[in-house]
Design a protein around this ligand. Sequence first.
Ligand SMILES: [Fe+2]
Length: 295
Amino acid sequence: MNTSIRQIHPVFVGEVSRIDIARPLSPEEVAAIEAGMDRYAVLVFRDQQITDEQQMAFSRNFGRLEDARGGNITRPEDKRLQVGMNDVSNLGKDGRPLDRASRERAFNLGNMLWHSDSSFRAIPAKYSLLSARVVNPKGGNTEFADMRAAYDTLDADTKALIEDLVCEHSLMYSRGALGMSDFTEEERAMFRPVRQRLVRTHPVTGRKSLYLASHAGGIVDMPVAEARILLRDLTEHATQPGFVYAHTWRPWDLIIWDNRQMMHRVRRFDESQPRDMRRTTVAGDAPTVAQVQAA
Ligand SMILES: [Fe+2]
């Protein structure tokens, strides 16, 4: 097959055609996708009917799968999907939409804030791969923001100001912004903040990008209020409409994005109806900055 990629947004995002990701890929196909990711940072694949096993096998072409532990408040015995799959649906283990008042649902609403997957881990994620199994009847678009374009268009003073800044990321910051503060001792330990550079350089292309997420709640050696204003300003700049692609899902769409150069968020949808989205996550290979050892 002659896989081809067509850019579908003025700044980024490619749509891949003539490929079947349900079967093993050739080295040439894997290389074409990697090169497409380096260039477009988001790739859309249409009409890919896959099982969870096929999604995991496809994902492993790009690295090892991330260990999902520590990424949410759902207990292992309450999980709907097997290890290796991240459940980003609105469904409980019984297959029904989560109760409106449930803590899990409140936690999941955090996906509607701009973020980069796993920026709350010391070694943050490389790619995320999201497969649409059941599309919600109303809303539920996923939006992507190009953090390379965001960096490129900063003024020189701002670039100089932020070049060496280090942020503190935690799920407690993003959920705290939604009014969630009832974390257990165990969760507080699991969600302990990690450090991330604010400016990242892509290992292949050398392009710089802003590394932001709603998980970022502080900047090292900066008063909290000042840090949060700066993060908010940068996020507003980074998510201006010209840098954003909104994807309207069809069943069996699969999207790969590079968390090192993108932010994303889900938009509101009808939570009384299912939205079954399944994610695999390819682990990153190094921290962005040295971590502080726990006392
Ligand atoms: Fe996400």
